[in-house]
Write a protein that binds this ligand. Structure first.
Ligand code: ADP
Ligand code: ZN
Length: 543
């Protein structure tokens, strides 16, 4: 005889094979679909490409066949709804969507189908779901026991800690009260601990079972390099890694922070003979659509874009994702790099980053109207990304640890493949920390990185002379290092929380908790030796 749930699982496998034509469930899918088909609530954390859609589509079909009615799928992405409904219809499943792209006639036709019980899945945009008209319709179905399931896709949109907060998602908290007894499954590919807790609380999923898949994307090679001449570095990266014999190149996405930068970089790539197109929210909707279509359809196109591009775009053979500017946090970085290699073939995630990126992101946080407590969280997340960028050990181990997963060095990231040579930078670190401290003491407030470096390197700039900083004992004690070297050290010190960049006044450097141990000689600092320009080691012993 069958164990509890075994019969459900058999039905699910039947649907998987007969409707979707797949042989077996992947990873935790089997457990998830059984649990949800049996009426349980679930929170599903699964990376992009992991197969989230089947987690609610299979239970929707199983439950509809058992007479429970229609499953409602909440999704913020119109393009994705359209694709999925198309694919389901083709597979013989009765599905439809309600969103702002529909004419009134079409919407009414779908409402009719819904009332007649002809639909198995209904995709709805969150703002649509919450209209009185839609709520009334669902309440009447619920009263007849014909609401089988709520699936809440992209569930991180409910959290302001996530990277894509949508206020309408907050209102989904009414679902369990208004539609008591209807199982709910929330799904997301982004979930650090904070976002996860927020999803549980906001969507009232305290009693839901949580299913966590590994977030590893083994075919993606992570490479994070120090920014020098960013566009030149990008060009070399593409030429070295992604050019074919006949001068054609792989498809990829290049992310930039601003619209202006997107335009510049796209043009630069075009001038270098590459097929590149810009994409950002400032472009005409028609142009944007056209560029997106070309990216999906043509081979070997490079999309240069702001983060407005990519969500819900399923192009399996994107061979690289490059960041010319540092994202806001690890979730964003993971999400964006995750668009590479969805077909499982080798792909590169490449980023060039510099101190200026950290300063810019800081400023954006400082300037935002958010409450202080919130800004503090954002700063912490930024620092975590900086620490990843500054790391000299396995990138993947750190990335996965951020999502709560333990792993071993991967052998497929820049640091694993080319372990950076490190040298002892404790002495220079103490010089830098002392300089920050002395300046602060002498002036009663902190200064920005540029000024601190001028003092260290003994440059008598106007600002230095005006403030009498040439008389400080730390003036000129770092003349043997270039500014680039000092900046590399400074980033490392920020990453290990020995230095903090604060907003009072703007972007000034202050000593943080980690500084004490270094100054007291209780902790050391190790820096990577830069390939092109190794820092002078005259004053610091090799480790
Ligand atoms: P996600 O939404 O998590 O990014 P999708 O649901 O779009 O992922 O699935 C990614 C791809 O994997 C799709 O092409 C899907 O058809 C395929 N897929 C998912 N589950 C399975 C399975 N059990 N067997 C074979 N292919 C699967
Ligand atoms: Zn590694």
């Amino acid at each position: 005889d069958l164990a509890p749930g075994a019969e459900t699982l058999e039905q699910c496998i039947g649907v998987l094979q007969s409707v979707f034509g797949y042989e077996a469930f992947r990873g935790p899918q089997a457990q998830i679909v059984s649990h949800v088909s049996d009426g349980g609530d679930a929170l599903v954390l699964m990376p992009t490409g992991g197969g989230k859609s089947l987690c609610y589509q299979v239970p929707a079909i199983v439950r509809e066949r058992a007479g429970h009615g229609v499953a409602v799928v909440v999704s913020p992405l119109i393009a994705l709804m359209h694709d999925q409904v198309g694919a389901l219809t083709e597979a013989g499943v009765s599905a439809a969507y309600l969103n702002s792209s529909l004419s009134l006639d079409d919407a009414q036709r779908i409402e009719q189908q819904l009332r007649r019980g002809e639909l198995t899945l209904l995709y709805v945009a969150p703002e649509r779901l919450l209209t009185p008209r839609c709520q009334a319709m669902l309440e009447s179905l619920h009263a007849q026991g014909r609401l089988s399931l709520f699936a809440i896709d992209e569930a991180h949109c409910v959290s302001q800690w996530g990277h894509d907060f949508r206020p309408e998602y907050r209102e989904l908290a009414v679902l369990p009260e208004r539609f008591a007894g209807v199982p709910r499954i929330a799904l997301t590919a982004t979930a650090d601990a904070l976002t996860r807790a927020d999803i549980v609380e906001r969507l009232q999923l305290q009693d839901a079972r949580t299913f966590v898949s590994s977030f590893d994307r083994p075919n993606i090679r992570y490479m994070l390099v120090e920014k020098k001449d960013a566009t030149g570095q990008l060009l070399r990266f593409i030429r070295d890694e992604h050019m074919g014999a006949q001068g054609q190149h792989d498809a990829g996405v290049v992310y930039c922070q601003s619209r202006r930068r997107v335009e510049e970089v796209a043009e630069m790539l075009q001038q270098a003979g590459l097929k590149a197109l810009p994409y950002h929210a400032g472009l005409d909707a028609a142009v944007r659509q056209q560029h997106q279509d070309r990216f999906l359809r043509e081979e070997g196109l490079i999309m240069v874009a702001t983060i407005a591009f990519g969500m819900g775009i399923d192009k399996p053979d994107v061979r690289f994702v490059a960041h010319l500017d540092m994202p806001k946090n690890i979730e964003g970085y993971y999400q964006e790099t995750g668009r590479a290699g969805r077909d499982g073939e080798p792909a590169n995630a490449w980023m060039a980053y510099g101190l200026q990126d950290v300063v810019n992101q800081r400023r954006m946080i400082d300037d935002s109207p958010a409450p202080d407590e919130f800004k503090q969280v954002l700063r912490g997340k930024l620092d975590a990304l900086l620490a990843l960028a500054e790391a000299s050990d396995c990138r993947r181990v750190r990335l996965l640890r951020y999502f709560g997963e333990d792993s071993q060095p991967c052998g497929n990231c820049d640091n694993c493949l080319n372990p950076p040579e490190l040298f002892d930078a404790t002495e220079p670190a103490r010089k830098l920390l002392s300089c920050i401290y002395r300046v602060q003491q002498a002036s009663g407030h902190g200064y920005g990185a540029g000024h601190i470096m001028d003092i260290l390197r003994g440059k008598s700039t106007e600002k230095v002379l005006q403030n009498g900083h040439e008389t400080l004992s730390t003036f000129g004690i770092g003349a043997d290092w270039s500014e680039t070297q000092w900046r590399a050290l400074l980033r490392q010190l920020i990453a290990i929380e020995a230095v903090r960049v604060t907003d009072a006044p703007y972007n000034t450097l202050h000593l943080a908790d980690g500084a004490r141990a270094i100054l007291k000689g209780e902790a050391g600092v190790r820096l990577r030796i830069q390939a092109e320009r190794a820092p002078s080691r005259s004053r610091s012993a090799r480790a």
